[in-house]
Every structure is written in C-alpha cells, then in structure tokens.
Design a protein around this ligand. Structure first.
Ligand code: PLP
Length: 336
C-alpha cells in the first residue's frame, strides 16, 4: 500500500497555488446524531474553504490554476450553469491571482425555479468578481461556444487556460486526493475512526479524488457518493474513469469500483425535492449549517435517509463531506 508520505511526495511534485483555508474543520454533529438516533455523525466543513464564499472547487483550483500560471496563462475560461458554484469559485480564484476570467454561463438546464434564479446567488458573485459572462443556451453546442471564446481571446493576444467543467480533470481531482490525506491526518491526530463518508457527487472530480486518496491511505473507509444529476450510472462511470486517470497520473493503484447512490436527485439536476428542503431545514435548525438546494442539500437528504433505513450500524462513525454551495440557496428562496 502507498503510504501517506509517498502519496504526499507524489502530490508535492505537482505545482499548487494556495487558495483555500486548510485544513477544513471536522466536527461532530451532536444534535443531528441525537435526533436521528443512529450512528455518530460527523461533518467535514469544505463549505469553509474560504475563497469567494468557499466550497469544494477551491481545492481543485489550487492545482488547476497553478498549472495555468506555469503555462504563463493570463486568462481563465470555464463553463457552467447560472448557479454554478464551480464558475463562481473559478471567478474568485482568477480575481485573486490577477487572471482575466471568461465564463460560458449556461441557461435553460434548470427549469424556471424562482424569480431570483437568474440574478442572485452565484451569478451575482461571478459579476462581483469581475468575470466576463457569455450566456449560452444549454441545448446549443456548448463546447463549440467555448472553443470560439478561446479562439477569440487568442486572436486578441490573450493566453487563455481552459478549466474543465466542474474542475473535474485528473489534475483537478488531485485536490481531493490531497483532501483525503488531510482527513486521514486529522483522524490520526484526533484518534478518530470514521467508517463511512457520504457526499454529493456530480461532475466526478470530488469522488474520484477521494476514492484514489482513500484507496492509498485508508481503504477501510467506505465512500458513498450521492447522485445529484439524476444520472447515477453516468456519474458512476465518470468517477471510475477519472479515478483511473488520477491514479495513473500519481502512479498509485486505481481504486475498487465506486458507489454512487440513486434516488435523491428528484426529477433532474437543480430541481428541488421535498427531502432536500427538509434536509436543508434540519441541518440549519439542528447544526446551524447552510446547505444548498442543488448539491449538499440533496447529499444531506441522502445521508438522513440512509441513517433512517439502517444502512449503518449504531457503532459506526459516518462523516458527511459538506461540499459547500451556500450562495445557491438565495436563488431558491421561494422554497424556504
Ligand atoms: C456544492 C457542490 N457540491 C458538490 C459538487 C459535486 O462535486 P463534483 O462536481 O466534483 O462531483 C459540486 C459541483 O459543482 C458543488 O458545487
């Protein structure tokens, strides 16, 4: 087995720019544990990574934007939906590093949800961070629009760097290999044994990175992704493919097949469910947490349901990885 030191040395060879407040805290959810009466529940606070209101993508951007700087890029290009946390964190990171940021903002993926959807939350912050937004219909050829954007920037003498959707390339996933190591170190320091990790899984980089990091350093921990795209098979296949690429890049063994659970996304990506609304309320009222309607709220709904259905033993220690997303809550205010 690869030791934590060996993995740290391999990650240490990759360029990395500090952007996140790390390590993020691990906390016990005392009141939620008592309320549900199941295993002991813990939370890893990646909503507290700091930059631009935080979230999981900042970890990926530490590796991706270090690569951009190595390549002497002066401009960052990426894409995502109107309430994308990924493009918001990319815009914040670009601002901090003095890079120009161009975003292909996709409209129409999420049906009309809330009167504020198009103006508040993440999109308001994208503009505040100074990003240039080009609006693209979700059903159009998005990749062609991004390619044209990049060509246009080059013809103006810019040096653009493309960040993959969701930051989910092998290099981006390295942010979550490092995150798994960070957690294992925290568990060692606190003499804590976690049996399971539950989190929202979408574009696959978070789960792929965690799977690779845990396989190398703590294979006894079971990793459970919650599908939020209403495409669990596609997400699972993406996580396994990206995990193989990430493991190859780092020269470690590819992880075993991964678990992505269906049943919590509702009728589609970004569409609210009753269980999500209940979960966001419960997390807020029992633990003072801010979860989001698209990702962490559906992931939390999955956690609660798994506890209620006795998926875990009473003596287990289950950790919810809070991946952030709070700004999106404001774009769904009418549901709360
Ligand atoms: C708040 C939040 N949680 C979870 C995820 C899922 O992470 P990944 O895309 O790496 O699967 C995202 C992705 O956008 C997110 O914004």
């Amino acid at each position: 087995m690869t030791t934590i030191e060996q993995l740290a040395a391999r990650l240490g060879r990759l360029p990395r720019v500090p952007l996140a407040h790390l390590p993020t805290p691990v906390e016990k959810m005392e009141r939620l544990t008592a309320h549900l009466g199941g295993p002991t529940l813990w939370i890893k606070r990646d909503d507290c990574t700091g930059l631009g209101l935080g979230g999981n993508k900042v970890r990926k951007l530490e590796f991706l934007l270090a690569d951009a700087l190595m390549q002497r890029a002066d401009t960052v290009v990426t894409g995502g939906v109107v309430q994308s946390n990924h493009i918001r964190q990319t815009a914040a990171a670009a601002a901090k590093l003095g890079l120009e940021c161009h975003l292909a903002v996709m409209t129409g993926r999420v049906p009309d949800i809330d009167p504020d959807y198009g103006e508040t939350g993440n999109i308001l912050l994208d503009r505040l961070f100074g990003a240039h937004c080009v609006f693209v219909d979700w059903k159009s050829n998005r990749n062609a629009v991004i390619a044209a954007l990049i060509e246009g920037l080059k013809s103006r003498g810019k040096r653009p760097y493309m960040v993959a959707y969701g930051g989910s390339s092998a290099l981006g996933a390295c942010g979550f290999v490092a995150a798994a190591m960070e957690l294992v170190q925290q568990l060692d320091d606190g003499d804590l044994r976690i049996t399971h990790i539950v989190h929202a899984s979408g574009s696959a980089g978070t789960q792929a990175g965690l799977a690779v990091g845990l396989a190398a350093t703590a294979p006894e921990i079971e990793l459970i992704g919650i599908d939020v795209d209403a495409e669990p098979e596609r997400v699972r296949a993406d996580v396994e493919r990206l995990a193989r690429q990430t493991a190859d890049m780092l020269g470690v063994a590819a992880p075993a097949p991964v678990t992505v659970l269906p049943g919590y996304a509702g009728s589609g990506y970004g569409v609210p469910t009753e269980a999500m609304v209940d979960a966001v309320r419960l997390g807020a009222r029992l633990e003072g947490l801010v979860l989001d309607p698209v990702y962490s709220g559906k992931g939390f709904a999955g956690l609660i349901d798994l506890v209620r259905r006795d998926r875990f033993k009473p003596e287990d220690n289950v950790l919810f990885w809070h991946t952030g997303g709070a700004p999106g809550l404001f774009a769904y205010r009418s549901f709360f």
